[in-house]
Write a protein that binds this ligand. Structure first.
Ligand code: DC
Length: 234
């Protein structure tokens, strides 16, 4: 248990299962859900390839054309960009790489951090990303950091794709994950790192239900969902 803000943070590298887990957690705890990766992905798609190379003031102005909001709780939670629901087109690996590139630019992080922070101060929520516990919500009540080896994450992704009838090469998926890890971990601003007070969970030997069990147990023994709903920001 960390700070006083009624927010649960879930950070970790690409393909570790954050999105599924954060949604399931939001559902179990009856909280709103903030997918900050989807914000970076959506912005990357709107700005297009190479946006990270634009002069700072031009990029600032272009980013400011897009505003984000969330609505709903648990299973029905959704992210909106300029009032329109952000959908599956942002979920490709290509858009993930574009998102990782614009995520290295300080002005992009500054603007998205302000939007994320405002949403977390407006209502209790589960926030997933790379720097939720370390930078955006250092005062969050519960902080988790999930990890697993790149090979394990690539194998999970291969299985997910196969379940959807899509084929892929394990070596290609592993390489994509390594490239994204390199961008996310080595950037100068808000690199992927566990917050000092985060609970770090190696998910290599666990399935989604197993990890969810660990997360919810930790919350339950430290005050439970009530502590997230009844308190107000410090
Ligand atoms: O979690 P994701 O795969 O949807 O995120 C896509 C990319 O967006 C990720 O590789 C880096 C960037 N990102 C970030 O820099 N900070 C966050 N809080 C969330 C995502």
């Amino acid at each position: 248990m960390s700070g006083n803000l009624p927010v649960v943070t879930l950070d970790g590298p690409a393909g570790v299962g954050k999105t599924t887990l954060a949604r399931r957690m939001a559902e179990s705890l009856d909280l709103a859900y903030l997918d900050t990766g989807a914000m970076f992905r959506c912005l990357a798609l709107k700005l297009g390839p190479g946006a990270e190379l634009l002069p700072e003031e031009e990029l600032r102005a272009r980013c400011k054309e897009w505003t984000f909001s969330i609505a709903g709780k648990g299973r029905s939670a959704a992210l909106f960009c300029n009032g329109r629901a952000v959908r599956g087109e942002v979920r490709t690996e290509e858009v993930g790489m574009l998102a990782a590139r614009i995520g290295t630019v300080p002005v992009v992080r500054e603007l998205l951090k302000a939007a994320q922070r405002a949403m977390g101060e407006a209502s209790p929520l589960v926030a997933e990303g790379r720097d939720m516990g370390s930078v955006v919500f250092p005062d969050a009540r519960f902080k988790f950091f999930l990890d697993a080896a790149p090979e394990v994450r690539a194998m999970r992704r291969l299985r997910d794709l196969a379940n959807r009838g899509e084929q892929a090469e394990l070596t290609v998926l592993t390489e994509q994950i390594r490239q994204r890890d390199a961008l996310d971990r080595n950037r100068a601003v808000a690199p992927l790192r566990p917050a000092p007070d985060a609970l770090i969970i190696d998910t290599s030997q666990l399935d989604i239900e197993g990890v969810l069990g660990v997360l919810l147990h930790h919350i339950n023994v430290h005050g439970g969902a009530r502590s997230l709903h009844l308190s107000s920001p410090a």
